[in-house]
Ligand binder design. Structure first.
Ligand code: ASP
Ligand code: MG
Length: 444
């Protein structure tokens, strides 16, 4: 059994859905196919939630009609048989009716989750029906019946295993099962979600639960690149990454992967393959336990970082000071990414600023605190990268760009620097030139 996950672009048009169909039928192995919503749909649903929040019935109606028409158009272009067309449109119409009903209720977190996960419901319903109508037999599974994820950070894989095995036993056996990414049921038995981009995570949770032979993540790029191709020319896909490397890159900005994707499969050593729907023959990236080579592999950048400096003379020679500061962040559920200290000051970064005002108020009681927004963490990743003999070149950046913080040695696999977001692109380009201008094989 293997798991294949297709992202928003891969299922984002009729043409692309045909490509996905080709991939699914290219071998006979039993598979579970996890799909995202069509690209743009979840964003549209997020806006719909705003209309519910601000009680704007005209906008709700407009938005749901737009969504209905979009999916009707897909059915029209995808399906030839008129009867199948009608059946699928009726199905979409009942989903939209349900959405109207949910949208008429008062806003809450549950309403938010219910609405934003409907994109996956719509797409999987249509795609499964289409495949069956052309003789590619498959069974549509409702992810809400088995994705019982009490804690998003630490899912109970055993629970998912029991539930999915029951669902598979209760359904007829099929070479292809299709299900929705992103959606889950939380510890209060309510509909919830795995955060934006969470379908990747759905795929690896299912992969771990079923002990799959591999998890394939199909996107619109041929694997994870050594630098951000949006800003840097001449990047190349990396053939192998370790789980550690992939986790660091995903957490620190590599958009191709949800940050938690690899965590469920690490212990079981189930490989995760990153593949390109538009070039299925391309090698892509394999993520596994295997360390193919050590040293520098890739650079990524994470925006929206806030740098905080906390300074107090009372810190001099005092113990327990850091604990007091960390406690404040902890009390306000805010996690810290980077940190550097001197004898009387500490600098740290956060990305979630929802409780920043309260944090500042609290710390102001015993220290001077300054906050600088719009920073980016640039992260240099590779197994034992700190021992890579070319890593020193990274510090030449100090000649050209004002670096706000450096974190070196926190782990062997990551060196991070913090810069103003205005300097992000020049930094990425500079590092690409200095660190990757050596032929790959020469890096030990
Ligand atoms: N559809 C959801 C999103 O756009 C989940 C996903 O695509 O992974 O975030
Ligand atoms: Mg994604």
């Amino acid at each position: 059994m293997k798991i294949l996950k297709f992202g928003g672009t891969s299922v984002g048009s009729v043409e692309n859905l045909h490509k996905v169909k080709e991939i699914l039928t290219s071998d006979q192995e039993e598979k579970i196919v996890v799909c995202s919503a069509m690209s743009g749909v979840t964003d549209q649903l997020v806006r719909l939630v705003e209309s519910i929040k601000f009680n704007n019935p005209e906008e709700i109606t407009r938005s749901l009609h737009r969504l209905e028409n979009k999916h009707y158009d897909v059915i029209d272009a995808l399906v030839d048989n008129q009867e199948v067309k009608n059946t699928l449109k009726d199905g979409v119409s009942s989903i939209i009716t349900e959405m109207f009903e949910v949208s008429s209720q008062e806003y809450s977190d549950i309403i938010n989750s219910r609405i934003i996960t409907f994109g996956e419901t719509l797409l999987t319903y249509i795609f499964s029906g289409f495949l069956n109508s052309i003789g590619i037999s498959n069974v549509l599974l409702d992810a809400k019946e088995f994705m019982h994820v009490d804690s998003v950070e630490n899912p109970n894989i055993e629970k998912v295993r029991k539930k999915i095995n029951k669902v598979l036993n209760d359904n007829i056996q099929s070479p292809i099962y299709i299900t929705q990414g992103f959606v889950c049921i939380d510890e209060n038995n309510q509909i919830s979600h795995l955060k934006r981009g969470g379908s990747d995570y759905t795929a690896t949770i299912i992969g771990a639960a079923l002990n799959a032979s591999e998890v394939q993540i199909w996107t619109d790029i041929d694997g994870l690149h050594n630098n951000d191709p949006r800003y840097v020319d001449g990047t190349h896909p990396i053939a192998h990454l370790t789980y550690n490397e992939a986790a660091e890159l995903a957490y620190f900005g590599a958009k191709i992967l949800h940050p938690q994707t690899v965590s469920p499969v690490v212990d079981k050593d189930i490989p995760v393959l990153l593949k390109n729907t538009f070039d299925p023959e391309a090698q892509g990236t394999v993520i596994s336990n295997k360390v193919n080579r050590k040293g520098l592999k890739a650079i990524s950048a994470k925006d929206g970082i806030t740098a905080i400096k906390i300074k107090s003379n009372r810190m001099l020679m005092a113990h327990g000071y850091l604990r007091r500061i960390f406690e404040v962040f902890d009390n306000f559920n805010t996690s810290i990414d980077m940190i550097t200290t001197s004898e009387i000051a500490i600098s740290l970064t956060i990305d979630d600023t929802s409780n920043l005002d309260e944090i500042v108020k609290e710390i102001e009681n015993y220290a001077e605190i300054t906050v600088e927004q719009d920073h980016s963490i640039i992260c240099i990743v590779g197994e034992s990268v700190i021992n890579d003999r070319n890593s020193y070149k990274l510090f030449e950046i100090l000649n050209y760009i004002p670096v706000r913080m450096v974190s070196y040695g926190g782990s062997n696999n990551n060196i991070s620097i913090l810069v103003d977001t205005r300097d992000k692109i020049p930094t990425l380009r500079f590092l690409n030139e200095r660190l990757f201008q050596i032929p790959e094989k020469a890096v030990v």
